[in-house]
Design a protein around this ligand. Structure first.
Ligand code: GLA
Length: 401
């Protein structure tokens, strides 16, 4: 469901699974061996905690990347993305980074598989979907997951879901160059309808938490400010956290990541030993891990109002301490605070643009979206997009296999 007020603003080109299959036939005059669908994700709370070995609470959504794929007899790679009307041609033996961004997610996965000793032949592949790129909904992780899942099925490699998550993440770290954590790939692969996943990024233990919002829905407000995480600030945050860990470890040798740190260590040990910037980054991470745990308790008790307060607190930390928000995101969260129908809101994902996530009473969606959009246009001259998310299944085969 999309709020009617904003229907016309939803991007038009939605390459559904069947259209991707049809495009495959048009390109290659044959049916694909397999079609795989992999979802984007939201994250309820626990931001920038995954690469600090902390906790996250993501869920897969009803927006997907779909790939249609089959093997070739030679070594050639022929990819097509109808969303961009772009082709990519290459070879398995010479996997190099492309200036078009999307083939890198596919080639990165192929490279990781080859590096692990799996043999891959040439491939024909078509990719399309309805996850808006650059909106913080992890379209890239969804693509990586769909590719590794499809290849595992086609070649019967026998990889577990967790193996595939690790390969997809390694593709992003090594080939694309973003030092992201495990959350996005994990959520895309392990998603479960109507459940969030509480993941401990240190042990990789996870638990499905039923999301029963009754009268409420999850509304994403997309600033349409495109973030480009790979170029810089994300990796800088990671390094700043590592600096904090190095300083703490001199005093507390058991601290291997910020997950092992507590508030007393941050306030009474770290604060005096590192520049203020490093202290505030680390403070945010330690507090966010605590917030997530208290927030999960509230969710389990069905105390949505209590959970919503934690969302607002998470945003304040991300904006003021971790400094990964932007004026557009801050403005949307401030607007949300004035809406009695919204019980919690915050920026979501890597930041620097993309979406806010809001928990909103269903019956007020249209009027709230209209009010917030109008105010946003008045301030920034551009209308935000609005999406209602349903919580969906993880990566799966659509046909073939
Ligand atoms: C991006 C990364 C994730 C995670 C989030 C912030 O989405 O890919 O690994 O770090 O940012 O929580």
């Amino acid at each position: 469901m999309t709020p009617s007020a904003n229907k016309s603003k939803v991007p038009k080109i939605l390459y559904s699974q069947s259209i991707v299959e049809q495009e495959f036939f048009n390109q290659f005059s044959a049916e694909p061996s397999i079609v795989v669908s992999s979802p984007g994700r939201i994250n309820l709370i626990g931001e920038h905690t995954d690469y600090n070995n902390g906790f996250v609470l993501p869920a897969a959504i009803d927006k997907q990347m779909n790939i249609a794929i089959s093997r070739r007899d030679d070594d050639e790679l022929h990819f097509y993305a109808p969303d961009f009307r772009e082709n990519f041609n290459g070879t398995v033996k010479n996997l190099t980074k492309s200036h078009k961004f999307w083939p890198n997610y596919i080639n990165g996965v192929i490279k990781e598989l080859i590096d692990r000793g799996f043999r891959i032949d040439g491939l024909n592949l078509v990719v399309g979907g309805d996850i808006p790129a650059g909106a913080g909904l992890s379209s890239s992780a969804a693509l990586e997951c769909s590719v590794v899942f499809a290849l595992n099925e086609m070649y019967a490699f026998g990889l577990s879901k967790m193996d595939m998550v690790k390969i997809a993440r390694a593709a992003e770290n090594n080939f694309v160059g973003l030092q992201c954590g495990i959350m996005d790939m994990f959520a895309s692969m392990f998603g479960k309808k109507d459940h969030a996943i509480l993941l401990d990024c240190r042990s990789l233990k996870y638990e499905y938490i039923p999301l029963d919002f009754h009268q409420h829905a999850i509304l994403l407000m997309d600033t349409r400010v495109k973030h480009s995480l790979a170029t810089g600030e994300y990796n800088v945050r990671r390094e700043q956290c590592e600096m904090g860990v190095r300083a703490l470890r001199k005093i507390y040798p058991h601290v291997n990541s910020l997950r092992d740190a507590n508030r007393a260590m941050i306030e009474y040990t770290l604060k005096d030993r590192v520049p203020d910037l490093i202290y505030t980054r680390c403070k945010y991470v330690v507090e966010e891990n605590l917030r997530l745990q208290v927030g999960c308790e509230a969710l389990r008790r069905n105390d949505l109002v209590g959970f919503g307060k934690k969302m607002y607190a998470s945003h304040a930390g991300l904006s003021k301490l971790y400094d990964v928000s932007c004026p557009e995101l801050d403005y949307l969260v401030d607007l949300a605070k004035d809406e009695h129908a919204i019980i919690g809101a915050r920026m979501m994902g890597g930041g620097f643009g993309g979406c806010t996530i809001n928990i909103i009473r269903k019956s007020y969606i249209n009027e709230v979206v209209e009010r917030m959009s109008k105010s946003f246009v008045g301030k920034f001259g551009q209308e935000p997009l609005a999406y209602i998310c349903n919580i969906s299944e993880g990566t799966h085969v659509v046909s073939g296999g």
